[in-house]
Design a protein around this ligand. Sequence first.
Ligand SMILES: Cc1ncc(COP(=O)(O)O)c(C=O)c1O
Length: 436
Amino acid sequence: MSDTLAIRGGTPMVPRDLHVRWPIITAEDKAAVTAVLDAGVLSGPFAVQVRSLEEEWARYCGVRYALATNSGTAALHTAVAAGKIGTGDQVITTAFTFLATALAVLQQNAVPIFADIDPRTYNIDPARIEERITGRTRAIIPVHIHGLPADMDPILAIAKKHGLLVIEDAAQAHGSTYKGKRVGSMGDVGCFSFQSSKNLPAGEGGILLTDRDDLRERAHRFREFGEDIRESDRKAFDPTRPLDGAREYNSLMMGWMYRTTELTAALCRSQLRRLDASLQQTRRNAAFLTDHLAKVPGIVPPYVPPGCTSGYYQYRIRLDPAAAGSNLPPRDFRQKILAALTAEGVEVSLWQTVPVPGQSLFQERSGYGLACPWKCPLGEEVKYDLAEYPETRKLLLDSLVIGSHSFPLFPQPLALMEKYVEAVQRVFANLDQALA
Ligand SMILES: Cc1ncc(COP(=O)(O)O)c(C=O)c1O
């Protein structure tokens, strides 16, 4: 294949109008939201849409309890607080995640400790966890990054050995499975996000799952001002008077206001009915790309270990300049390929540019007055040295994501994937033009 690349003035390979924008809002979604407006109940601690969402999500994941929150970050913070993690405690998580995973730890005045990733799965490397455990470690937060389950068996074994809580950050991984179990159901708590880019999009929102009565009770209080929420209050709930009831107005512990609304819950329930179909379509698209891109020298498609299914929240490929016949440094090579594919009409993006501990908040440790919790007298001073995360750094230099938040793989037709493959083949067959 030898012709003029779009970046050199040729005709782009991918027609723009083949793309389907995310999220998709159907007539059923609109009817579900309109029904809430018609009923006139917009919120309330036991209001019917939120309660139904909690029941349906708990059932879908095979867990006893769910508590809906107004974001995934709120769900994570609630989980950390429910686990009684506080000032100076340490929590181990991955260096390759979204900031919110670590913020939820900081919000409890605790200290995030980052571990490097496995270069094939991009998830936390279990072998890097144990060496980071100290006398102050209280929990591990594995993140199922890009929709691929973290390697939970060794993580759960390490947690058991050291008496640590496991909080799964499944914000990107609704419906993904690890050895037949849904993510979010294996740790002590599982947390999800319903933000618009996710494969269960409801605007903003989140939910946490747990099988443990003690964690559920503390999470429930923490979500609502630290107030006592009793089963009798739930039973006494009158849907015609959703904001009135037997509330005592007595706060038992530090709390936040992390409840969500009936509109969000109704939209989320409606979207949930399509989640499995959407996952199927995403996996078909990903399988097609992987089949074809694996044959292009210089491209390493995402790896899914046996026994796992991924939701491909992001379809991230790695680029190997040497295998493609180039001696450019990885970042320069990636930037050239990114530009050439963009010109061809392929939706490509980066998502995260440095390991989370490389962000200014951690480098300057500027989160709190007096620099607590990092310099608290309670523990040793923690500093974040980027040399400790070589695999995360490499990944962020040599990889790119096919798709974006507005145009992820989930809703795309196979015809678009065919065009994407043709565009990639064209760019790699004319590398001299792309790299010039
Ligand atoms: C891995 C991860 N954790 C946590 C969150 C936070 O969720 P939210 O944006 O709903 O607060 C997100 C993302 O958006 C995420 O990608």
